[in-house]
Design a protein around this ligand. Structure first.
Ligand code: ZN
Length: 365
């Protein structure tokens, strides 16, 4: 037998160290940095890596050697202090006409130091009304500007914009990757497994859940549902109440983070002798929107846990050798849960949605 030494794997490039579990996207971007086109659309959530990837890609585009990760240019770009890497955030609830105008002006600017500038535009999926203005800016690219548009989805209004960009996808990160990432950071393996299971492939969510004391109890609550449903409506209703209370309590770490953010803004305004925090209303609206989304994500993650509980139950009865009608029951249950999770996109009344699901999951009285 001949033993062959595996070739040493090249070290992970420092520049993209903040992008976890997205090797194809990182490979695409490293190649693209050598001969960039004028506009990229990163499709996926910030927590799946779109945002840190934009920062790293920006650094690669500005670095004199194409993204060494070590030089002053790379370090400043990664740290958010390079004048030629500008992150354009929306000022209102959506990316509005004013934001699009600001972007058009920025795009015409000459780079300060590098031979190009990179404009990263966040929340482009919210640019419904400003889409025509945005399209105009992107279609008439000034030679020294590269756009990176961050987009969670591509609504119909943005299809034309998307077609003008090179698309780079950031799908949800694999649960096993997140699990390993958490363990490396000292999270207990059992907990890491559970968090990876419930974070929907989102590293930002995984970070918060790993520190969230109530997380294990909520996970157990969803897993306990199949054993608790008896077939009577009042049991189903009380299970639903518990699930909704749990989802509500899941939002509190995010609320604490938001309160801290507002306190920092207030302190900053005070130090500048401003009477109020500029754009306070918009900040509060954004925070509320994020909190609503967090709650929906929590319910979606819970439905995933519930679905796995039925699948585990199925493998258990199959192993016991006498599945009876349990196979059909588990199959119907997972179908109903999948349909309920899909309906979350349409902003249903969560309480009614869960109640009808629980009745479908209940055994016949
Ligand atoms: Zn560099």
């Amino acid at each position: 037998m001949v033993s062959v030494t595996a070739p040493e794997r090249p070290p992970v490039p420092e520049l993209f160290a903040g992008v976890v579990g997205q090797a194809p996207a990182v490979a695409t971007l490293r190649a693209a940095a050598r001969h960039p086109v004028h506009a990229y659309l990163f499709l996926g959530t910030d927590g799946a890596g779109a945002r840190p990837a934009a920062q790293a890609f920006g650094a690669a585009l500005l670095c004199p050697t194409g993204g060494c990760g070590q030089c002053a240019t790379c370090r400043r770009a990664l740290g958010g202090s390079h004048p030629d890497l500008v992150v354009v955030e929306r000022t209102g609830a959506a990316l509005g006409i004013d934001d699009a105008r600001r972007l058009a002006l920025l795009a015409q600017r000459r780079p300060f130091e590098a031979n190009r500038q990179v404009l990263v535009v966040t929340d482009v999926h919210l640019a419904i009304r400003s889409a025509p203005a945005l399209l105009k800016t992107i279609e008439e690219p000034p030679p020294a500007t590269v756009f990176v548009l961050l987009c969670e989805t591509v609504p119909a209004e943005l299809v034309t914009i998307a077609s003008r960009c090179v698309e780079v996808r950031f799908p949800p990160i694999a649960a096993t990757v997140i699990e390993g990432w958490l363990v490396e950071r000292g999270v207990h393996p059992d907990r890491a497994h559970m968090v990876a299971d419930g974070c929907g492939g989102d590293l930002d969510r995984a970070r918060l859940l790993a520190e969230d004391e109530g997380f294990v109890a909520r996970h157990e609550l969803w897993r306990s549902v199949p054993g608790r449903l008896t077939g009577d409506g009042s049991t189903a209703a009380s299970v639903v109440r518990e699930l909704l209370d749990a989802a509500e309590s899941a939002v509190s770490p995010l609320r604490d983070q938001h309160a801290l953010e507002m306190a920092e803004r207030e302190a900053e305004s005070e130090s500048l002798r401003e009477r109020t925090v500029p754009g306070r209303r918009d900040i509060v609206d954004r925070q509320h929107r994020e909190e609503r989304r967090w709650r929906t994500d929590e319910i979606r993650a819970g439905l995933g846990v519930l679905s796995r509980a039925y699948r585990d139950r199925l493998s258990h009865v199959l192993a016991s050798g006498d599945p009876g009608d349990e196979i059909e029951r588990c199959r119907r249950a997972t179908d109903a849960i999948t349909a309920a999770a899909a309906s979350l996109e349409r902003n249903p009344n969560e309480s009614l949605m869960l109640e009808s699901l629980m009745l479908r999951l209940s055994p016949a009285p």
